[in-house]
Design a protein around this ligand. Structure first.
Ligand SMILES: [Zn+2]
Length: 166
């Protein structure tokens, strides 16, 4: 396997996602990128094109990003999980305020904030986006990721390329 080290973001040049970079799609169309990766894997007979390589690279880099936000429960370690409450039918509630590190005590403290309901926990990773089917819920997860990774409000192609390159 040869290493792929891009020096610029990959910008989609046609279709519905025209003008967006692959890096930006990690936050808005994560499921599509995974779908594309699988599709390209099936289609390519050995040789991978640039799009294929770039999608693989961004997905791999994405899975190794480490949150910067400090756990709101203990104020010591960085966050690892977010919790959510709700249902598919009535929607889910979640935010960067309901996050914690991997300490058992912090997990149970956050769990207790659900009052009479027990929240579910998910890791602060891109793959948690596709845990939800609804676009609004997926957007909420992307907002949590953005916050926890310490990214600015506006996710420009340059900002995200640097983020995924590090
Ligand atoms: Zn903690």
């Amino acid at each position: 396997m040869t290493a792929y080290n891009p020096c610029a973001p990959y910008v989609i040049e046609s279709g519905k996602k025209k003008g967006k970079s692959i890096e930006q799609l990690m936050f808005t169309d994560y499921g599509w990128l995974v779908f594309m990766k699988n599709l390209l894997n099936e289609k390519s007979a050995g040789a991978k094109n640039k799009l294929h390589k770039h999608i693989e690279w961004v997905l791999a880099q994405g899975s190794s990003r480490i949150p910067k936000m400090i756990c709101p429960q203990c104020n010591k370690k960085t966050v690892s999980f977010f919790s959510y409450l709700g249902s598919e039918r009535f929607g889910y509630s979640m935010s960067a305020a309901y996050t914690c590190c991997d300490d058992k005590e912090c997990v149970s403290r956050l769990s207790a904030q659900g009052i009479e309901k027990v929240p579910t926990f998910l890791p602060i990773t891109f793959s948690s986006i596709t845990h939800f089917n609804n676009k609004q819920d997926q957007k909420r997860v992307a907002e949590i990721l953005k916050h926890c990774f310490g990214l600015p409000k506006r996710l420009t192609k340059e900002v995200l390329f640097t983020f995924f390159s590090e």
